[in-house]
Design a protein around this ligand. Sequence first.
Ligand code: 4NP
Length: 155
Amino acid sequence: MFVCQGNICRSPLAQALFEHLLQRRGVTARYKVDSTGVSSYHVGESADRRMRETAARHGITVNHRARAVTQRDLAQYDLILAMDRDNYAILQRKAQNQQQRSRIRMFRDFDPVANGAIDVPDPWYGGMNGFQNVYEIVERTCEALLDQLEGDSIS
Ligand code: 4NP
């Protein structure tokens, strides 16, 4: 499960990209993919138009309704990936035991060219360049994540 703040930009993109990669590799049935937000401010909304348009230019359809993370999510998902440190801190506070806390990781831990960057930048207040930047980070990181999950650490 991918988690950002509003569940309208970064995490729904990650979900759509990861699902696309699963299909391309023929391993869809092995995964349950989801995305949520730590905030409930945008619950019920479709993904941000700027994010949808950026993804569409790359042939990716983002079709998701925002929802807020629940205790059930934290109990259910094996790997919970936070888009930035704020999201991570909130998730860690919500988690109810050590097992749940250990399943929460930073998404960019899997970025092969993070160069020390920790956060996927929040594109909400920026221009379209920010959305393209987010797209590139999320695309390469989802590829590397799936490589690792499928046991191929050479990406
Ligand atoms: P996201 O982007 O966390 O990637 O969905 C944001 C969306 C909305 C807000 C912040 C970030 N907001 O402040 O409303």
